[in-house]
Write a protein that binds this ligand. Structure first.
Ligand code: CDP
Length: 234
């Protein structure tokens, strides 16, 4: 059976992580949420007062990165791979709007990206991984076995994220969420290093009208077609 690297990229809140989680569980692979790494580094910068408005103290952050430990651990209660920042599970905290509103500022700093990409490649060394993000198929794993690019309208994406945040301690309004995802898409697509774009050989999937289970089914079909001889997913 051939082991795969599966890259899932796309705009904010297109359901990349949801799909990546379901797909990894189905295939018995590890899911790595690369966005969680940029969010954890952003949380670190916020906690250490390295961000003032839209200005980041890059020098302090780059120096600080040397003492930052970011790793993932499977939570035995839900089977999810959760992110730890310096020994603390920050899986929930990094999804709050305070982090969302700053993360694209942090993710465009080249040294931050180098740091995160090195970690991501290390985690992919043994294959059997589903990684989601913005530049996985273009920069992190340009030779990934399967590249997917998810897309949906900004309104549908905002509605999904709004409903998700409603269940947390710090909800936001629909308008705030829409503004945040539109702003991040813009910054992510226009930054100098590894901008968000579809890899030439990625398969684009519009999941606006599909539930998570339907999206998974569609992707499993693609996998069966492409790798039916060697993944054992039939
Ligand atoms: O969940 P959502 O799609 O809204 O975002 P995320 O995947 O958690 O990523 C948060 C932010 O991290 C993005 O808006 C990007 O600025 C950055 N990011 C990146 O630059 N490269 C990646 N591979 C993943 C995320």
């Amino acid at each position: 059976m051939r082991d795969l690297i599966i890259a899932i990229d796309g705009y904010s809140s297109t359901g990349k992580s949801t799909l990546a989680k379901l797909l990894a569980a189905k295939l018995g692979y590890i899911h790595i949420d690369s966005g969680a790494m940029y969010r954890a580094i952003t949380l670190f910068a916020i906690q250490n007062r390295m961000i003032k408005g839209d200005t980041v103290d890059e020098k302090a952050l780059i120096e600080g990165l040397k003492s930052v430990d970011i790793h993932f651990e499977i939570n035995p209660e839900n089977g999810q791979n959760e992110i730890f920042l310096n020994g603390k599970d920050v899986e929930k905290e990094i999804r709050e709007m305070e982090v969302s509103s700053k993360v694209s500022l942090i993710a465009k700093i080249p040294e931050v990206r180098n740091h995160a990409v090195a970690l991501q490649r290390k985690l992919g060394r043994k294959k059997r991984i589903v990684m989601d993000g913005r530049d996985i198929g273009t920069t992190v794993f340009p030779n990934a076995d399967l590249k997917l690019f998810l897309n949906t309208s900004a309104e549908i994406r905002a509605q999904r994220r709004y409903l998700e945040l409603l269940k947390t301690e710090h909800p936001a309004t629909y308008e705030e969420v829409l503004e945040n995802i539109t702003e991040r898409d813009q910054m992510d697509s226009n930054r100098k290093v590894s901008p968000l774009r579809k890899a030439d050989d990625a398969i684009e999937v519009n999941n606006g009208n599909l539930s998570p289970a339907e999206t998974l089914e569609k992707i499993l079909e693609i996998i069966r077609e492409k790798f039916s001889d060697d993944t054992g997913t039939q």
